[in-house]
Design a protein around this ligand. Structure first.
Ligand SMILES: Cc1cc2nc3c(=O)[nH]c(=O)nc-3n(C[C@H](O)[C@H](O)[C@H](O)COP(=O)(O)OP(=O)(O)OC[C@H]3O[C@@H](n4cnc5c(N)ncnc54)[C@H](O)[C@@H]3O)c2cc1C
Ligand SMILES: Cc1ncc(C[n+]2csc(CCOP(=O)(O)OP(=O)(O)O)c2C)c(N)n1
Ligand SMILES: [Mg+2]
Length: 586
């Protein structure tokens, strides 16, 4: 068969080391699908049930591997469906290439069916955005797209008119008028140098050496710098605070960390931040600035992207560079802090906090406490498990009751904070890491949005595990309404769905759990199952995801919501009282 233009695209992706494309076929991409078929020995097409999931999978693949994720959708609706997943990649700074179909050149501009100019639609989301016009420049456009996605940690988009996909690969219809030919590029990428200037490193070291109480705030950009982060923290006697996306930077039970920060962070972190005189930020663009120290605290920030260095707090020494390389260069310039009292006090606060959290994980409470469920998963999961979760109260339970240890990874949509990627992320992670446990801990709301993807997992025999924290509500929003003083509206289903039969219908294992004693056996059975498994756990919907410090406004909001007609007063009050009693007993 004569080579078609779409093969040039597929071959170039292979040259870049791309081995997986997530997508859903359509008449706008039949040529590309044929290109993938012809090269299926070297590149896998993972067929999904919704293009949004394909984009989340590409993002999850990039998060799980550090490599570029690729998704494919047809013209019109298919491409439009990608958008939410692509924004997830953009906002969480991971490289993704989206490939879409487009109407053929002879019909463009005529209002033919599915004429949606995806290159225009994607202007805001994509760092690189191009339409293919002739076969000749396909390798060059792929090179530029991949390089841009990697360099800018974001989205690149190529839209490919359907007729050109099927054209002969060597078709060269027009002479170039300009004194130029298509640049012959190579599929290579080299990251910009990772080391800041020596003078900046000296200035940073001086600030850090002078600090009496230094706090380190580490984020997603420090995920590859665990050894260096721990070494610096030890030298500076500095508590390590982790953003949610940076949860896996250091293990949760390490004596040098006070865990998370923000609404679902720890009290130990809040206290350390209040007392800090110096802040060392590493690979983070943490958005909740109210949880950062007041102006006046001396700040050093290590950030790979110069546009984000100094974005969140007045920064005395911005260091533009790679987290691991920069910390390695800083280490010899730092002197050991002999006074360890600041760290010791943070460690006491953290021990206290861990006890408080453990007290909420009791197996004696009925209905099932979400914290108990999360801890059982934590206890039974492997030391290199990958946990994915969604926006919702589940994020709080995961942040506080699932520990990073060993090589565990953790993923959620951090900055877009969108519902639904938990399941597609787990599928992508499982494809990237066939031998690791990939567990999606999701809400009933987020799961229902893209639950068809469980069928995808079953179709490919992927042994992902889905654990549903089923509170029959959009729980997070319910608690937000309460804190604002508004009685709940539009957040609760009359009756919780039973998702276990869906798993069985897909050909997976499905278990429904309503009693605390059933939790552990069910999770163990799911983890031991060789194929995809789902455990649908009916949990206490009245358990609030409390911030470490409840503000006066939040407490007033709760009272006001009840005054204005909020129901469930008894069960909510009894849940909160039981929490307090458990914490006092502990
Ligand atoms: C329901 C919900 C609740 C949430 N609550 C919280 C909360 O309480 N606390 C919390 O922390 N988060 C919370 N989040 C997530 C939050 O919205 C942000 O997404 C998160 O805090 C950002 O983490 P980050 O700064 O580590 O990541 P990013 O915002 O992705 O920043 C990472 C930075 O590192 C840089 N970088 C990348 N690679 C490198 C490298 N090699 N070297 C140096 N720099 C590098 C990037 O350029 C980027 O600026 C919540 C999310 C949800 C969905
Ligand atoms: C796509 C999208 N729609 C709506 C929201 C607003 N939102 C955030 S959390 C949440 C509730 C999620 O419900 P569920 O998945 O059941 O988790 P729960 O909070 O109940 O644990 C909603 C509606 C969002 N973040 N993303
Ligand atoms: Mg829910």
């Amino acid at each position: 068969m004569k080579k078609i233009a779409a093969e040039l695209l597929v071959e170039r992706l292979i040259d870049w080391g791309v081995d997986t494309v997530f997508g859903l076929p359509g008449d706008g991409i039949n040529g590309i699908t044929e290109g993938l078929r012809r090269h299926q020995d070297r590149i896998r097409f993972v067929m999904v049930h919704h293009e949004e999931a394909a984009a989340f999978m590409a993002t999850g693949y990039a998060k799980a591997t550090g490599r570029i994720g690729v998704c494919l959708a047809t013209s019109g609706g298919g491409g439009i469906h990608l958008l939410n997943g692509l924004y997830d990649a953009k906002l969480d700074h991971v490289p993704v290439l989206a490939i879409t179909g487009m109407q053929g050149p002879k019909l463009l501009g005529t209002g033919y069916q599915q004429e949606v100019h995806l290159d225009r639609l994607f202007i805001d989301v994509a760092e690189y955005n191009a339409m293919i016009h002739v076969p000749l420049h396909i390798p060059t456009l792929v090179d530029k797209a991949v390089r841009t996605a990697l360099a800018r940690r974001g989205v690149a988009h190529i839209t490919f008119p359907v007729d050109i996909q099927q054209a002969p690969a060597d078709a060269d219809p027009w002479e170039v008028g300009a004194p130029a030919r298509t640049p012959q590029t190579a599929p290579t990428y080299v990251a910009s140098p990772g080391l800041p200037r020596p003078a900046d490193l000296q200035r940073a070291a001086a600030v850090l050496n002078e600090g009496k109480s230094v706090v380190m705030l580490v984020g997603a950009g420090a995920l590859g710098a665990r050894t260096e982060v721990l070494a610096v923290a030890d030298l500076l006697a500095s508590p390590i605070v982790k953003t949610l996306l940076g949860k896996a930077v250091v293990p949760d039970d390490h004596p040098l960390t006070t865990g998370g920060v923000g609404l679902l962070g720890t009290l130990a972190t809040e206290k350390a931040m209040e007392k800090a005189d110096t802040l060392l930020m590493i690979g983070t663009n943490f958005p909740y600035t109210k949880f950062l120290p007041e102006a006046g605290v001396r700040t050093v920030q290590i950030e790979a992207d110069p546009t984000r260095a100094g974005d969140r707090i007045p920064t005395e020494v911005p260091l533009v560079g790679d987290a691991a390389e920069t910390l390695q260069a800083l280490l010899p310039l730092l002197s050991r802090h002999e006074d360890r009292t600041f760290l010791a006090s943070a460690q006491e606060d953290m021990a206290d906090w861990r006890e408080k959290m453990a007290a909420l994980e009791g197996d004696h409470r009925e209905p099932i406490q979400p914290q108990f469920l999360m801890r059982v998963i934590d206890r039974l999961a492997d030391d290199d498990a990958i946990l994915t979760t969604d926006s919702g109260t589940i994020a709080t339970w995961a942040a506080r009751h699932f520990d990073i240890r060993g090589e565990r990874q953790f993923m959620l949509s951090g900055n877009l904070a969108t519902m639904a990627p938990g399941l597609p992320y787990a599928i992508a992670a499982q494809i990237a890491h066939p031998d690791r446990q990939c567990i999606a801990f999701v809400g009933d709301g987020g799961f229902a949005m893209l639950m068809a993807e469980f069928l995808t997992a079953a179709g490919y025999g992927l042994p992902i595990k889905v654990i549903i924290n089923n509170n029959a509500s959009f729980g997070q929003i319910f608690w937000e309404q309460m804190a604002l003083g508004f009685p709940e509206h539009g957040v609760r289903w009359e009756k919780e769905a039973n998702f276990a039969p869906w798993a069985e219908a897909c050909g997976g294992l499905g278990i429904r759990v309503t009693k605390p004693t059933e939790v552990e056996p069910a999770i163990a059975a799911a983890l031991a199952h060789r194929g995809p498994a789902l455990v649908d756990v009916v949990v206490n919907p009245d358990e609030p995801p409390m911030p470490a410090k409840v503000t006066y406004e939040q407490a007033k909001g709760f009272a006001s919501a009840f005054l204005h007609g909020q129901g469930r007063g008894r069960s909510i009050a009894s849940t909160i009282v039981s929490d307090k009693i458990d914490q006092l007993k502990h």
